[in-house]
Design a protein around this ligand. Structure first.
Ligand code: DGJ
Length: 731
């Protein structure tokens, strides 16, 4: 099937896989217009041709092939807008030239259509396995004065409702140009009452779903922290007013990038909406010398006509199947026990072995030794940067613990925070210049630590070598890669003055290079991303690490929000979720072991508490949970995920998993605080086959009956913080 067509007569490009269509056109011979993105159409007959209209104060480019007072870049819906020729909205890029000018004039030159999808040099991106599963349109725009080319990339997959976009700038001229801004993608939507969904948050409260009406003016979601951050996840969606979980249109924008990002939404004077995303232009600048190329990160733009669940499911499949890589991409992930909330820094070999003994008896499969095993590290003020074991703390050393764990037929995992350095560390004493710092300025601390300058090859090499020393000598099955502060006093002692604007992006490029090296060198290790919980939960990280610690908040009730919000973009197979102790360490809330287990089964399941302190009946519950999760692990990690009731909007929450052939489903239902004499709610199942019969609690029901009639649920709820799971099996 041909996925991309160029209509010579109307000069329009039509990208379509039979489910979605994306249309762009060449206007007035040289400007690129955005025509349409949405449900597929068979053929385009120019119905969206932008009307010619002489609008006051909207200038007309005089050098266009056809001078026309009815044509203005100020009003035209565009694909990759520039600044300087009459469009007063925000541009997708901005270049500073040797003579001080910001004015550019990139005109449509030609196009290329190739099968498959090129990789993005040095950056994570979605990929293809077979060349015929996608096609890529490359549009070349040229500024003749600067002798520069802008290449816009659009990939459409045959079986996925996504357009992957990125851009490249190539300097063929003889002078340096400074890039002050370069977005990954931009789309102008026609006037509409769309609403905006975003995922703002904070540490221990990540990815809260925020929905707002778009007013005229500009709204920006961004990170200036050097990481994608807890505060602003690199994602937004435009939705129609009536869009809910199951119906209505949704346009998702997700950036495959872990650094400073910007999502800019501008509703213009005529209520048209411009949405662009990419590297945050704030303090960004990049010197592009002759013969150099700059590659932007990739934006994944999804269209769903089936509400937010439809959008999420497209993202889930894409991130699992064409962004995550390696041995664990589809592998069943082990149930782990992490010692962090069980011991914090206060452990020795005996304590650890006691937890391992207990875990193995309960059927847990992987033991993770968290922070505190290295250097001088008995609290969070020293030791980072010294990645050699503290054998006085761990008698028998790491090898001893690893062997002990393996002898129990369990796997062994280890925590690292490779990007950091404490002032009180051997590394800092030897190389104080490794820490990020601005000359003659004080250095801010975060959790008492500094960030290493990962723009520098020698700094990365030092840490890589220390890590390899451990990984080559101890049998390690899993690594948790943490990052516990953001970047301040951003500057690199190794970059010249005119290149300091490159710092943040170079940091991420350096980090990606190191991740690529390590994950390739140790393909049998399961890597889990983390940043003080879910501070770097983004599509870029998923390219290197198939799972991430979702939040440092392990409270079951707060986790309903956090996991529900996270699932808007990221699949359950990426979300680390652990059962922890009560009173919960972050909130002080007391919840039962059942609901803690049920919530954690919404992600990659594990435990994070001192199992030795459990009563016998609690241990029985844990055993049952572990056995249940193992039995349904495939469904829970890789099944189709549906959000059903939002904890943001009610006292309840619900979600469910359905397998590919719709023969198995588990729905989870959660009630926060109990309501006396509550009205009776009906719980309707979703995603089943209407023509199949399902067994639920030993009774046979039709799929149509369960989805359309549902079951009464409230009489079974007594007390606060209750949960219930419904296991459905087709007969
Ligand atoms: C933050 C992480 O999110 C925690 O799980 C734990 O690993 C600590 N860091 C250790 O310092």
């Amino acid at each position: 099937m041909k996925l991309i067509n160029f209509d010579e007569k109307n000069r329009t490009f039509h990208l379509s896989n039979g489910s979605i269509s994306y249309l762009l056109g060449i206007e007035n011979e040289d400007a690129l217009s955005h025509l349409y993105f949405g449900k597929a159409i068979k053929q385009y007959h120019n119905s969206r041709k932008y009307p010619t209209l002489d609008r006051s104060f909207s200038p007309n480019p005089s050098e266009s092939a056809i001078f026309d007072r009815g044509f203005s870049l100020d009003t035209l819906p565009q694909e990759y807008p520039s600044f300087g020729h009459g469009d007063f909205r925000n541009p997708a890029f901005q270049l500073k030239q040797p003579n001080g000018s910001f004015i550019t004039d990139f005109k449509y030159q030609n196009y290329e259509i190739i099968s498959g999808k090129p990789t993005l040099e040095g950056l994570p991106a979605s990929y293809v396995i077979n060349q015929d599963e996608a096609e890529t349109l490359i549009i070349n725009l040229v500024d003749n004065l600067l002798n520069m080319t802008l290449k816009l990339y659009y990939t459409i997959y045959a079986n996925r409702d996504v357009i992957a976009r990125s851009s490249q700038l190539i300097n063929n001229g003889s002078e340096k140009v400074t890039i002050d801004k370069i977005a990954s993608a931009s789309i102008d939507f026609p006037a509409n009452d769309y609403e905006l969904i975003s995922l703002p948050g904070r540490h221990i409260k990540e990815r809260e779903i925020q929905r707002e009406v778009i007013q005229r003016g500009i709204k920006i979601f961004e990170s200036k922290r050097g990481a994608s951050s807890h505060q602003s996840n690199p994602f937004v969606a435009l939705v129609s007013e009536k869009t809910d979980e199951f119906s209505g249109e949704a346009f998702g924008f997700s950036l495959v990038y872990s650094g400073n990002h910007e999502f800019l939404v501008e509703k213009d004077q005529f209520k048209q909406i411009r949405l662009m995303c990419g590297i945050n232009p704030y303090t960004f600048s990049w010197v592009l010398s002759p013969n150099e190329l700059f590659q932007t990160p990739e934006a994944l733009i999804v269209y769903s006509a089936n509400g937010l669940n439809g959008m999420s499911q497209i993202y889930h499949e894409l991130l699992r199947e064409r962004v995550a890589r390696g041995k664990f991409q589809y592998a069943e992930r082990p149930i782990l026990i992490n010692n962090w909330e069980a011991t914090y820094f206060d452990f020795d070999a005996e304590k650890i072995k006691g937890i391992v003994d207990q875990s193995s008896e309960l059927g847990i499969e992987l033991f993770v030794l968290d922070d505190g095993w290295f250097g001088k590290r008995d609290d969070d003020i020293s030791g980072l940067g010294d990645w050699y074991e503290n054998s006085s703390k761990l008698k028998g050393g790491l090898k001893g613990i690893a062997n002990y764990v393996h002898d129990k037929n369990m796997q062994f995992g280890l925590w690292f925070e490779p990007e950091m350095i404490n002032q009180d560390s051997d590394l800092y004493r030897e190389y104080p210049d490794y820490a990020i710092q601005t000359p003659n300025r004080s250095m801010s601390k975060g959790r008492d630590q500094f960030v290493l300058d990962f723009t520098r090859e020698d700094v990365r090499a030092n840490i890589t070598q220390q890590m390899c020393q451990i990984l080559d000598n101890v049998e390690i099955d899993y690594i948790k890669w943490d990052m516990n502060r953001h970047i301040t006093e951003a500057y690199s002692l190794s970059l010249g003055a005119e290149n300091q604007g490159e710092f943040f992006h170079r940091y991420i490029l350096g980090l990606y290079e190191m991740l690529e090296k390590l994950t390739t060198k140790y393909p049998d290790i399961l890597w889990e991303g983390c940043s003080g919980g879910g501070g770097r939960f983004d599509a870029g990280f998923i390219y290197y690490m198939p799972q991430s610690w979702t939040s440092d908040n392990t409270d079951a009730i707060d986790r309903l929000d956090i996991q529900y919000g996270t699932s808007l973009v990221y699949p359950p197979s990426t979300m680390g979720a652990h059962v922890s102790a009560v009173p919960n360490h972050q909130t002080g809330r007391i919840t039962g072991l059942d609901i803690r287990g049920d919530v954690a089964m919404g992600g990659v399941f594990g435990y994070e508490l001192d199992l030795r302190t459990l009563t016998e009946s609690e241990k029985d519950i844990v055993k049952t949970q572990v056995a249940f999760y193992k039995q349904y692990r495939q469904l829970l990690q890789y099944g189709q995920f549906y959000r059903m009731i939002s904890p943001f909007e009610s006292n309840l929450a619900a979600w469910s998993f359905v397998n590919k052939d719709q023969t198995e489903s588990i729905a989870f239902y959660f009630s926060k605080t109990v309501v006396a004499a509550a009205p009776l709610d009906i719980f309707k199942f979703v995603g089943l086959d209407a023509n199949k019969q399902y067994l639920l609690d030993d009774i046979v029901y039709g799929g149509d009956e369960l989805m359309n009639l549902g079951v009464y649920i409230n009489p079974q709820i007594h007390g606060d913080y209750q949960s219930r799971k419904f296991v459905l099996k087709a007969i």
